[in-house]
Design a binder for this molecule. Structure first.
Ligand SMILES: Nc1ncnc2c1ncn2[C@@H]1O[C@H](COP(=O)(O)OP(=O)(O)O)[C@@H](O)[C@H]1O
Ligand SMILES: [Mg+2]
Length: 243
């Protein structure tokens, strides 16, 4: 038993370039009396091109895991590899550079800037890419077209539906061509029709090669993920890729 789990782990870490993301025996504790062990021994590998849903009840450690995967928080122990790169010893500055290149965030609350149009919001995703403003706007228009919003380029956030705002947020997350998109309850503020249509968008982006990791407590949304990882009490209870 011991042997087979060791060789499985070995094979998971053999060729790191294959992976968009790897967590290796990650734990995360919050100080306090008593301390909270929000993540224990979390090991997971996500290949380029995968579509993974991480599902768990409230308090299971989803937000903590999102922060660790997105390098917004450092693990208490264990290692996080993004695109084959070990983030352990990186400075805060290096981590923020890595984030702006390799991770595309999508949040439940959209977090669009209210004073900027759709295309300007998307172009913000390229602020640290070093390309000219004209090129940022050009790429943003292409990306908005891709998410089905070619007719909403100059709309302000308050002139769009929730579903449209979330599409803008997806375009912003994708425009710098990250290694993966990391979405936190992306359908949490959407009605069922917009939920359906956003999930269709994620599926079509994934078919074109985008690596997608969605974190959700919504089992109905989760049931259709090609790969499902179930988080319980800070541990991975099941991972459909390993069964
Ligand atoms: N900053 C924090 N300080 C102390 N405990 C925390 C903190 N953030 C989360 N926790 C605790 O860690 C556990 C996991 O929380 P969280 O990652 O937010 O789970 P979820 O997003 O699945 O609801 C919970 O028991 C929560 O109370
Ligand atoms: Mg949470």
């Amino acid at each position: 038993m011991m042997q087979s789990s060791t060789s499985l782990e070995q094979s998971l870490f053999d060729s790191s370039e294959e992976f968009a993301l790897q967590l290796r025996q990650v734990t995360k504790s919050y100080d306090g009396t008593p301390p909270v062990h929000a993540l224990s021994d979390v090991t997971i590998s996500v290949k380029h091109g995968e579509f993974v849903g991480i599902v768990g009840a409230s308090g299971s450690g989803k937000s903590t895991l999102l922060h660790v995967i997105g390098t917004l928080a450092r693990p208490t122990s264990g290692s996080v590899f993004i695109n084959g790169m070990n983030t352990d010893g990186m400075s805060d500055g290096a981590l923020s550079g890595l984030r702006s290149r390799d991770v595309g965030f999508v949040f439940q609350e959209f977090f669009l800037i209210s004073g900027l149009s759709a295309v300007q919001n998307v172009a913000n995703g390229l602020l640290y890419s070093g390309v000219s403003e004209a090129e940022r706007l050009r790429r943003s228009e292409i990306m908005l077209d891709k998410v089905g919003l070619a007719h909403r380029l100059t709309h302000m956030p308050n002139e769009m539906s929730g579903g449209e705002q979330q599409r803008v947020a997806v375009a912003r997350a994708l425009v710098h061509e990250p290694s993966f998109v990391l979405a936190d309850e992306p359908t949490g503020n959407l009605d069922s029709r917009s939920t359906e249509s956003l999930m269709e968008l994620f599926y079509s982006l994934n078919r074109e090669g985008t690596t997608i990791i969605i974190i959700t407590h919504d089992r109905e949304v989760a049931e259709r993920f090609p790969r499902q990882v179930l988080l319980k009490d800070g541990k991975i209870e099941t991972d459909s890729a390993l069964s």
